[in-house]
Write a protein that binds this ligand. Structure first.
Ligand code: MN
Length: 210
């Protein structure tokens, strides 16, 4: 079932800086990427069968077990994608800024293949920000729906919070990879573009002096 055909078909790799990637090794990495596309969302990715199974969590994860967050299953991503932080050009698929918001290891409770097939995957996260037990529960697909809608739900445990506690998304908004804000990631792209020109000028000056 795992494959990257859909991932590759959606992207123009000469234009976007996202990695082409290929099917990789088995492992238990997870990543959550904050993605300011047409609509802001958080992409949850769990490594399984050499790819990252992926869900776009529209309002982001919540530590409150009563707050079920819609998680739309999207195409499998390559493991190389976990390191991607930057800006996908406007007009390209998923155009907008991407931040590595959390990352770490995940552990399925039971057989993850069976859980995915059955539509109920229980797992634990050991990330920089997220910990403890979680559920992904698939909802029944309505006619005309092309994607599977799941719900991401925090399990009741010592890592859960109540509605009165602070929202983890607001409490820890920075990149776990670079410490940057979304704006800083977006601005970095423009700075990088100017660098080569400066370097050439400096070299030219040096050449004149000699
Ligand atoms: Mn996304």
């Amino acid at each position: 079932m795992a494959g990257l055909r859909s991932y590759h078909a959606k992207r123009r790799f000469g234009v976007t800086a996202e990695p082409r990637g290929k099917i990789g090794e088995r492992g238990n990495a997870f990543v959550i990427q904050k993605h300011a596309a047409t609509r802001l969302h958080y992409d949850l990715r769990l490594q399984l069968d050499g790819v990252m199974k992926s869900w776009a969590v529209t309002r982001g994860p919540s530590l409150v077990p009563g707050e079920k967050r819609l998680a739309v299953q999207v195409e499998d991503h390559p493991i190389e994608y976990n390191k991607f932080e930057g800006t996908i050009p406007k007009g390209e698929y998923g155009g907008g800024t991407v931040m590595v918001w959390d990352r770490g290891r995940w552990q399925p409770e039971g057989d993850p293949e069976k859980g995915l097939a059955k539509g109920h995957l229980s797992f634990r996260l050991d990330g920089a920000k997220l910990h403890g037990g979680w559920h992904l529960v698939r909802m029944r697909r309505r006619p005309n729906e092309k994607r599977d809608n799941w719900l991401l739900i925090k399990q009741h445990d010592e890592d859960a919070r109540t509605e009165r506690d602070k929202d983890i998304l607001e409490e820890q908004p920075l990149s776990v990879k670079s410490g940057r804000t979304m704006d800083e990631i977006a601005r970095h792209k423009r700075k990088a573009k100017r660098k080569p020109a400066k370097r050439i000028k400096r070299k030219a000056k040096r050449a004149k002096r000699r």
